[in-house]
Write a protein that binds this ligand. Sequence first.
Ligand code: SAM
Length: 320
Amino acid sequence: MRSFRDYMAERVRKYYSSPKNRFAGGGDFFTAPELDRAFGEAIGDFLYHRLKEFESPVILELGAGRGLMARDILSFYREKDRELFDRLTYRIYEFSPTLIDRQRQTLKDFPNVEWVDEITPLEGVVLSNEFFDALPVHVVKGEKELYINDAGEEVWLSLENERIREFLKRMGYEGLEQRIEVCLDCIEFLEKITRALVKGYHLLIDYGYTSEELYKFPEGTVVGYEKHKLRSDIYSEEEMDISAQVNFSALIEYGRDFGLKTVLFDTQRNFLASIPHFLTQLETLSFEESPEALERLSRLKTMLVSMGDRFKVLFQSKGL
Ligand SMILES: C[S@@+](CC[C@H](N)C(=O)[O-])C[C@H]1O[C@@H](n2cnc3c(N)ncnc32)[C@H](O)[C@@H]1O
């Protein structure tokens, strides 16, 4: 018997460490960096002037998948500003040995990339796309916490974890009679990020909700994906991507406690639509008539439309 949190942590680690392809067409899901390079380039454009302020800027990416966002950000800077590119270090924090190998292949032309096991002090930006949703959550309902027994069945036991109680109190969720997911791992990562940021920014892109929207998920938000299909039987032995939506209110509230200022919190659509490079790409592609341009245009629209509202962008700063 183990808590749902421990169960999910093990499943996620196993899933990402397997040699199978998890990404894009042959895999289980598409992420925005997998859709088109315009996404990483847009992030590069958004961060450009901010990064230039630092003498030796560092970008630390958490959970880099196949390394495509890193490649597109770095290519964007190499093209736009060689001087900044030469000063920049790109660090990747990743727990999957299989994906680290993939990232090394993708990024072999960039000498300024390094892989780290810990989040150590830096001046610059910590960023992630669809990383926090992979972090395991505790599931509670009233005075009970969810456990999974050896037969893969749900068992509700009395809630003993004081840190979960503190979280429920801090967020004003006490007494709610619905499934609530408590991502203590998310809070721990946020604290580590804040501590590591001597001066700089935290940029997080993911799908999620705020406290005001909690009522929309009476059964919680944990889901499994396999071959682009939603699976309801997440306790089956089959390999699938298990994730939980991100509680943005918690990251904003705890961020404030730790010393992070929220600079921006918006939908991915509004975020991308405010970035000049992304808009220029959209415009250029819409004037071209080649099948490739049309294909790319439709991928950019996916980022704005079907992903646009579901995905949110949180941008926080420290010491600036
Ligand atoms: C859904 S994928 C997103 C990948 C990439 N950012 C993208 O947008 O395509 C989640 C990534 O986070 C990594 N990851 C998940 N949990 C992690 C953890 N606890 N520590 C380090 N990496 C983790 C996975 O191995 C994978 O690279």
